[in-house]
Design a protein around this ligand. Sequence first.
Ligand SMILES: C[S@@+](CC[C@H](N)C(=O)[O-])C[C@H]1O[C@@H](n2cnc3c(N)ncnc32)[C@H](O)[C@@H]1O
Length: 218
Amino acid sequence: MNFDKKFDRYEENAHIQKVVAKELINLVPKKKYNTIFEIGAGTGVLTKNIVKNIEYKNLIVNDKYFESEEYIKDLPSVEFIGGNIEKIEIKEMDLIISSSVFQWIEDKDKLFEKISSATDTLVFSIYIKGNLGEISDHFGISLKYLDMKELKTLLTPYFKNIMEYEKEFKLAFDTPMEGLKHLKNTGVTGIGYTNTQMIRSYLSKQLTYRVGYFVCEK
Ligand SMILES: C[S@@+](CC[C@H](N)C(=O)[O-])C[C@H]1O[C@@H](n2cnc3c(N)ncnc32)[C@H](O)[C@@H]1O
């Protein structure tokens, strides 16, 4: 993953992530929140949706990359905490929320356990098995995406009520190269290291995104 210094290009190319964040915000249980914690804010795509749609007193926003702070620092009552969420402590919160981030988490079980000790309500979206199948089929490169059942199994020890569903989005491009550029700009790297022959023989003009949405309550 390399979002470093790519945040501006992310903002321009994150079409699916923007649609996903908008949908996620509508799943948040409607009430007044004292403290909300967002994991992996990036350029603030979800953060801006929180500010617009949810009543809160304090919004604490995290990202692994400290550049993220630049994008969210002017939003009302927002505090930034930089660092890898797998390594940092999470304080008690009324709501923990995250969009398009958890597919990057190495030890999801450990993170879910840490989150459940800090909150009663977790709302998140995640890319799931089959995501960007065009890329894994051709280049053999993929994150270790989990399916909905595997994710639910991981969450069940920590949350009693889990509502979940999945959705598929297809993005069309004029050329296969446009699709690859789009991925690079949204932070999905790795393809650059493969040989040019592989890139030339990539023929797909579409990318399939598979997204899981979860609302978890204790
Ligand atoms: C695809 S972007 C999503 C950004 C934003 N939430 C959105 O909806 O557009 C993924 C973000 O997660 C952050 N991220 C990835 N792994 C992380 C980790 N372990 N701890 C904190 N942030 C992480 C990245 O730096 C990046 O900003």
